[in-house]
Design a protein around this ligand. Sequence first.
Ligand code: NAD
Length: 259
Amino acid sequence: MRLKDRVAFVTGAASGLGRAIAMRYAAEGAKVAVADLNAEQAELTANGIAELGGQAIGVGVDVSDEDQVNAAVERTVDTFGTVDVLVSNAGIQIVKPVEAFTLAEWRKMLAVHLDGAFLTTRACLPHMYRQKRGSIIYMGSAHAKEASKLKAPYVTAKHGLLGLCRVVAKEGAEHGVRANVICPGYVRTPLVDKQIPEQARALGLSEEEVVRTIMLGNTVDGVFTTEEDIAELALLFAAFKTNALTGQSLLASHGWFME
Ligand code: NAD
């Protein structure tokens, strides 16, 4: 049990990568706040964890709303006593060429990905600083390091998370807090499934071509990264015992992007 009795606040945990991380953490002994805009799904995920013998609560929250984030973290601390691990994972995607984005769409993308990361970090840090222990994990993307057509605000926001992570790593070190970014390649979650027909339309390709050429074309083996791969990395960072990895980002993309 690598996270025994640790408390984890995982955003976007009602679906996809966040849910896989929440379930993995719970299986490793953590008490988990399953935080998501979709409160009903969050509750279902928390119940699913409880049925497997874990401890979890569902927390409805919009990560781009200051008051909601503060209240969600407070509820977690009231329930479980503290917060040791933050996984800032909630995300959305809008695909279209730069010139077609409205300002409202641009702002929404940055609000969910960047405001959400800042607000959850700010709400969790005082609890971590007080106990001199904490791990903050941002869900980046291969798009934190590489660009693709049609994803201007997403690529911009994901690049921004690398900067936030590095500052939190520097400021947090003296308080025992580490920060990392996970950078997945394509994983078949609802977020990606939704994009396949959208990209096919925008690029004039078939859906099969989008998967083969756009999503997997640059991988070494034509294979999708999985939710389990990402949960494993999230566990590695959360349970790591020293500052050796703090400030670092790690790509998991079947070689789609290498550094
Ligand atoms: P998903 O759509 O399966 O899950 C995203 C979750 O975030 C949903 O449950 C949704 O309700 C929640 N959410 C959306 N807006 C929210 C808000 N304002 N407040 C709270 N919750 C909100 O997607 P996923 O693929 O699991 O994506 C999770 C993260 O991983 C995202 O940050 C995404 O950018 C990143 N990512 C995904 C992939 C991939 O291939 N799937 C690759 C790289 C990075």
